[in-house]
Design a protein around this ligand. Structure first.
Ligand SMILES: Cc1cc2nc3c(=O)[nH]c(=O)nc-3n(C[C@H](O)[C@H](O)[C@H](O)COP(=O)(O)OP(=O)(O)OC[C@H]3O[C@@H](n4cnc5c(N)ncnc54)[C@H](O)[C@@H]3O)c2cc1C
Length: 519
């Protein structure tokens, strides 16, 4: 599939970005055989890539051609650390490389979005039907009750399942969280805002492989003569005539061919970092910033690139009984690895067939209040790394261009823990992790605390540990927000014609859980 194959009549829609948003849009729009749709994806094709298909290999996909590998600017709130922020690159976007968790979180978020955007379709009551239209839940034989509310799921193409087995530790975690956090085990997809979840994931029941956008929607596109989907097609600029978007220029770097299309309408779905990037490269953004880089201004919209939210987590590390199956054993112990791979090949069981985080909790903090730090010295141990994050951070960061060259890195200012409330929340949660691990549901298998170490007790020292042992869930959003940059209902960029943005960049603020379900 290469760029020069696109010839002939003008297209009705060009969609920029083959992530979950782009694929759903392409599938929906091309239902009408009279509407021509072209989907352009910057990254490579992803069909048949084993590291993408096997759930347990997800962490190995970072820093590969399947990710945009952005390094954020030094963050003063993290003692100057420059953290990484990866995004999916290739057919499927983030859905091809992510950790497969599917969760909708608190309804109040969507009711807020409906108010902010004036679009009642986004209220929880109305949005539920859209959620249901994208997924179905498939029951599988399990050795535990996953507490799934089946009425929360519909008949959509994406398959959701629960982890197909308790590998020996999930139940300990669920019990200890129930005891310490005093929360019930619930389904966080049915409108329940707080509770403990056993991680419903986009993993197929029959062969325990990743289910994601190109698989769920791409085959329908492939069968439609009015739809085309291209990878290795990086859009470098959107051209404007006055305030109307009229062209899309893209390059296929593998053959160094540049092509310009002139559709009737352009839909940008390039994700939370690359959608604002493309808008700014095309002259849509803060005028002073664009002028400073010599980019002619089409529309002065100061909020493009602002309002950047993300989920950032802080972790601890504990050694537990070596008979517990953990990712540490898989990465460090070659005989364990061989057994796990054989198990997965035989019947999709074992640690490779489940998501990396097999249980988590959403809790409210009281009103008053990836890389491992362990040296690889002893392969035959088991390590757990429980983590905590602020589900709805207050402080937003921002991003801007480093230059007018599309190949340059972005300047990303994350501002994690940038408010007193965010800082208090993460510190509170970090202390709760120790209590959870000390609970009798876990303490019998606990051997020792590795990170930060039991000597770390004061708030100042714990804060230092958080700044040194934290990372992102890769959930950036909000940089082309509904209400400020994009209109509700139409998703048109305000003040412009022929251009819409429809993806995670348009979320006004953070859902309280994983975010792909909402995309
Ligand atoms: C490592 C990782 C783990 C995650 N874990 C989870 C999880 O467990 N659960 C969850 O719900 N969410 C998770 N997420 C987040 C989730 O995957 C994203 O929020 C979601 O994919 C966003 O969808 P999107 O369509 O808005 O953008 P994206 O998925 O980012 O898709 C945008 C697409 O546009 C393409 N693109 C960008 N620029 C251009 C251009 N100029 N021209 C053409 N194409 C372009 C990109 O290559 C990409 O394929 C994770 C993300 C990552 C990276």
């Amino acid at each position: 599939m290469t760029a020069y194959l696109i010839t002939g009549a003008s297209r009705d829609y060009v969609i920029v970005g083959g992530g979950p948003a782009g694929f759903v849009l392409a599938k929906q729009l091309s239902q009408d055989p009279n509407v021509k749709v072209v989907l352009l994806e910057a990254g490579p094709g992803t069909a048949g890539v084993e590291a993408i298909d096997v759930p347990g290999y997800a962490p190995s996909l970072l820093q590969t051609p399947y990710t945009w590998n952005y390094t954020c600017q030094p963050n003063p709130n993290l003692e100057g650390a420059s953290t990484m922020l990866h995004q999916g690159r290739g057919f499927g976007g983030g859905a091809a490389v992510n950790y497969l968790g599917h969760c909708r979180g608190a309804p109040s978020v969507f009711n807020d979005w409906a108010k902010i955007s004036g679009d009642d379709g986004l209220s929880w009551e109305n949005f539920q039907n859209d959620f249901k239209a994208t997924v179905h839940y498939k029951e599988t034989p399990l050795n535990y009750d996953p507490h799934v509310n089946k009425s929360a799921y519909g008949n959509g193409p994406m398959e959701l399942t629960s982890p197909n087995q308790d590998l020996g530790f999930t139940m300990n975690l669920i019990k200890s969280r129930t005891n310490v956090l005093k929360l019930p085990w619930v389904d966080l997809n049915d409108g329940t805002g707080f509770g403990i979840s056993s991680s419903t994931s986009v993993i197929r029941a029959n062969n325990r492989t990743r289910d994601y956008a190109p698989q769920a929607y791409g085959w329908q596109l492939a069968q439609r003569p009015n739809a085309q989907q291209f990878y290795n097609a990086e859009v470098t600029k959107i051209g404007f005539k006055g305030k109307r978007a009229v062209s899309v220029t893209y390059v296929d770097p593998t053959i160094n061919v540049t092509t310009t299309l002139t559709p009737k309408e352009i839909i940008v779905a390039a994700g939370a970092l690359n959608s604002p990037k493309l808008l700014m490269l095309s002259g849509v953004g803060p005028a002073d910033h664009l002028k400073s880089l010599g980019i002619p201004v089409v529309a002065d919209i100061p909020q493009v690139g602002k309002n950047l939210y993300d989920h950032h987590f802080a972790f601890m590390e504990f050694e537990v009984s070596s008979n517990l199956e953990t990712l540490w054993q898989y990465t460090q112990n070659s005989s364990f690895k061989a057994i796990a791979e054989a198990e997965y090949r035989n019947n999709g069981s074992g640690p490779l067939g489940v998501p990396s985080g097999s249980a988590f909790a959403l809790a409210r903090i009281p009103d008053e209040s990836s890389s491992s730090t362990l040296q690889s010295t002893t392969p035959n141990v088991s390590i757990i790394a429980p983590f905590v994050a602020v589900a709805q951070p207050e402080a937003a960061g921002y991003m801007k261009l480093a230059s007018s060259d599309y190949r340059d890195q972005l300047l990303i200012y994350t501002n994690y823990y940038g408010s007193a409330g965010d800082k208090a929340a993460i510190l509170y949660g970090y202390k709760q992790l120790r209590k959870i691990v000390a609970d009798p549901a876990i303490s019998p298998v606990l051997i020792r605390e590795i990170y930060p170490g039991t000597h770390v007790t004061s708030d100042a020292d714990l804060w230092h540990a958080i700044t040194q042992g934290s990372s992102t869930f890769h959930h950036p959003l909000g940089t082309v927000a509904l209400g400020t940059v994009v209109e509700g209902e139409t998703w048109r960029v305000k003040g412009l014609e022929g251009i819409r943005v429809v993806d995670s960049s348009t979320f006004p603020n953070m859902p309280t859980c994983h975010i792909m379900a909402t995309v």
